[in-house]
Design a protein around this ligand. Structure first.
Ligand code: PEP
Ligand code: MG
Length: 574
């Protein structure tokens, strides 16, 4: 048995078989000459391999009929288009005829030639396309050489995915019915892939550095996402110990589930609101049954990330409308596009993606404000959907008042455009901002004059305040939400909003950390928004707290010298 430790990225225990997912693991390509008379035979082999793959993909598309499965359906349809691409077919046919080589080597050469051409073009959009071509070649070669493929969207048995790294788009495409755990060499607690794993309730350990080199497909793994522990091929006793722990945690989950219908209220009467961060109606329904009181964060860029391109007004409108309908009258907070940085959508940025410091660059609201057509298309889609429920609009990464005023200006223009088109929208849409840059917290008193609410995005607030790249496992030990600098910025934000009688939410990962609940209640937070897995625990702790004691605890925490001292304080309880 080997024991590997990494960063706890998504809580939960799971036992299962490893599937090593290495995108660049191309099979060995046989290479030999063929007679001219064999060209037709090789060509038919090509066509039947393409037909087998496309039939599999079509079947999969047919199985994904639900509203919430649109993202996965679209990804598969894009794959279909690639396999049926006439130019690609023609190049393979020509290659067979002119070079008289076996089919596998022609498929390989044609795809490599295409990759070379794409890589020579400027811009990351073309580089991203090279990965698509490489995936297409790999899938064809797997089919021709009868190698079992391991696409994360088309799994047919339960696995724990082991990878060097997973992009947010790959994590979004995972077939959740079969991916039972995720283990990656790169990434950290705050990376978007970790956030997606948490929102799907999939245990995950990241930042294992050499996990993918030490684990083989078929190894038995125990993944403890809460401790950041991965056991490879555990002995019998360890295995039965973890089987017992899994059983116990299921029983505990059933017990606390009964809390769903109760209020999130401290023993001495301070009421807070608990909401969920989600983008799919099916996940929202599950969260509502756990007592969520609405959606505190709908990451609208996930629609674009899944599609890999610009989503038009109609498809956005449908996505927002189905969330509002699923919310059954409870509020849904739609955050406008937060693209760029670690959530790059090449098609949207049209090749302008080579930045030295993308996290400090052209991203989020800065990007939206510079592309009025895209921004107003999104705003109109939200406005039109607003008649189907209770929508709240939220602008991300606001760093100063001028940005907020500009965004509000575009919202007014979008309203006028809807009115001119006789498209009705709700007249009472609260508009708020995310506080995720220190400058926003420092001028919260000014920003709140133009906002109906704040929502603190601690993932980015920690990144920008402590100077820690949230996706870098080497410095993730510094990303401490209990750093007093973070607590003081949270306090400033809450105080400024409360002075004007406006509420403050938190939708960063800190809001779902059970151990920090007494501190956040004491700082005066009104609303906690988190992934559905955290809801019941957070509610249980709120109900055990005394607001009075929480306030005293928060006061002490604000004067602590460092995160360790704050954690020691928290261990004393409230
Ligand atoms: C945050 O920064 O805390 C946040 C909720 O936004 P995201 O994680 O999508 O950047
Ligand atoms: Mg953010």
């Amino acid at each position: 048995m080997e024991e590997l430790t990494g960063i706890p990225a998504s809580k939960g225990l799971v036992i299962g078989k490893a599937l090593l997912y290495l995108e660049d693991a191309m099979p060995e390509i046989p290479r030999y000459g063929i007679e001219k008379a064999r060209v037709d035979y090789e060509w038919r082999r090509f066509l039947s391999a393409v037909a087998a793959i496309t039939e599999r993909v079509r079947r999969k598309v047919g199985e994904l009929s639900g509203d919430g499965e649109k993202d996965r359906r679209d990804i598969l349809e894009t794959q279909l288009m690639m396999f049926e691409d006439a130019d690609f077919h023609q190049n393979v046919r020509r290659g067979l005829e002119s070079r008289l080589q076996n089919l596998e080597s022609i498929v390989w050469d044609v795809s490599q030639e295409l990759i070379r051409k794409l890589s020579a073009l400027p811009g990351a959009e073309f580089r991203a396309r090279t990965a698509d071509v490489s995936g297409l070649a790999q899938e064809l070669l797997n089919e021709l050489l009868s190698i079992r493929q391991s696409s994360l969207a088309s799994l047919d048995e339960a696995v724990i995915v082991v990878a060097r790294d997973l992009l947010p788009s790959q994590a979004l495409a995972m077939n959740r019915d079969f991916v039972k755990g995720v283990v990656t060499d790169a990434g950290s607690h705050l990376s978007h892939t970790a956030i997606i794993a948490r929102s799907c309730g999939i245990p995950a350990v990241m930042g294992l550095s050499s996990g993918s080199a030490r684990i083989k497909t078929g190894d038995t793994l125990v993944v403890d996402g809460g401790k950041g522990l991965v056991l490879v091929n555990p002995d019998k006793e360890t295995l039965s110990l973890y089987q017992r722990l899994i059983k116990e945690s299921r029983t505990r989950a059933r017990l606390v589930y009964s809390l769903g219908g109760q209020k999130a209220e401290t023993r001495d009467g301070r009421l807070v609101t608990l909401k969920v961060n989600t983008e799919t109606p099916s996940d929202l329904k599950k969260a509502l049954s756990k007592g969520a009181e609405g959606v505190g964060l709908f990451r609208s860029e996930f629609i674009f990330l899944s599609e890999g391109r610009t989503a038009d007004e109609e498809s956005q409108y449908r996505a927002y409308r189905s969330m509002l309908k699923a919310a059954k009258g409870l509020p849904v907070t739609i955050r406008t596009l937060d693209a760029g940085g670690d959530k790059m959508i090449p098609a949207l940025f049209q090749g302008n993606v080579d930045e030295k410091n993308p996290l400090l660059g052209w991203r989020s609201i800065r990007f939206s404000l510079s592309v009025p057509d895209i921004f107003k298309t999104q705003l109109r889609a939200i406005l039109r959907a607003s008649v189907h429920g209770k929508v709240r609009i939220m602008f991300p990464l606001i760093s100063g008042l001028a940005e907020l005023e500009q965004a509000l200006g575009f919202l007014e223009e979008a309203k006028a455009e809807c009115a001119a088109n006789n498209q009705p929208y709700s007249g009472t849409i609260p508009v708020g901002i995310m506080v995720e840059v220190p400058s926003a917290a420092l001028i919260a008193d000014k920003l709140i004059e133009k906002s109906d609410f704040f929502s603190i995005g601690t993932n980015d607030l920690i990144q920008y305040t402590l100077g820690v790249d949230r996706g870098n496992e080497k410095v993730s030990y510094l990303a401490r939400p209990t750093h007093p600098a973070i607590l003081r910025l949270i306090k400033m934000t809450i105080d400024a909003a409360h002075k004007q009688g406006k509420p403050v939410a938190m939708c960063g990962e800190m809001a779902g950390e059970a151990a920090l609940v007494p501190l956040l209640v004491g700082l005066g937070l009104d609303e906690f928004s988190m992934n559905a897995a955290g809801l019941v625990d957070v509610k249980r702790i709120v109900r055990e707290c005394s607001f009075d004691k929480c306030q005293k605890l928060a006061k002490k925490a604000l004067n602590c010298a460092g995160p360790e001292e704050v954690m020691a304080l928290l261990a004393g309880g409230a």
